[in-house]
Design a binder for this molecule. Structure first.
Ligand code: ADP
Length: 159
């Protein structure tokens, strides 16, 4: 059984993340979405809220699991018997950081392969940060996030 970990902050999950999850699920028997607790990064949503929002979104995808983790990614992936780490690549600007991370992780463990997946072109300019910024000014982000996330953002930024 081939398992992959898709790690990230997911603050909150967007349709771009979901696109990557679906692509990964078509390649692996099990995809674990690993939500980082990372206390050094201040987030809009708590770890529990971020996990719950993703769980609601992936409800129909039977080989996808969602959980939080606070370990070193490589250790967490090995402990979950994963053979791959999934990352999304949107543009060249993602490349440098992702390249460094992938090589570093490979140095830490050569049992893990980093797999880069590209989302649909319509999500290449999308990230959680811009979604939060637009939503904070009551802008419409409904075409960028799943409906439950849109609802949570509206509640968060209600005037
Ligand atoms: P991190 O803090 O690890 O970058 P993110 O939640 O921002 O956490 O991103 C997690 C992963 O999802 C990263 O690999 C990122 O490149 C990818 N990703 C984020 N937004 C998109 C998108 N719109 N399309 C495809 N991949 C994306």
């Amino acid at each position: 059984m081939k398992t992959a970990i898709y790690p990230g902050t997911f603050d909150p999950i967007t349709n771009g993340h979901l696109d990557i999850i679906k692509r990964a699920a078509s390649l692996f028997d099990k995809v674990i979405v690993g939500v980082t607790t990372n206390p050094s990064k201040s987030t809009l949503f708590t770890i529990e809220q971020r996990v719950k929002m993703i769980q609601d979104v992936v409800e129909g995808l039977k080989q996808v699991e969602v959980e939080s983790f606070d370990d070193l990614l490589v250790n967490y992936a090995l402990q979950r018997n994963a053979s791959a780490i999934i990352r999304g690549l949107r543009a060249i600007s993602d490349f440098e950081f992702e390249f460094q991370m992938a090589l570093f992780n490979r140095k830490l463990s050569n049992k893990l392969v980093t797999v880069f997946l590209m989302p649909h072109e319509k999500y290449t300019y999308l990230n959680s940060k811009i979604v939060k910024e637009v939503a904070s000014f009551q802008g419409d982000v409904s075409c960028f996030v799943p409906p439950n996330v849109d609802q949570r953002l509206k509640e968060k930024f209600k005037k």
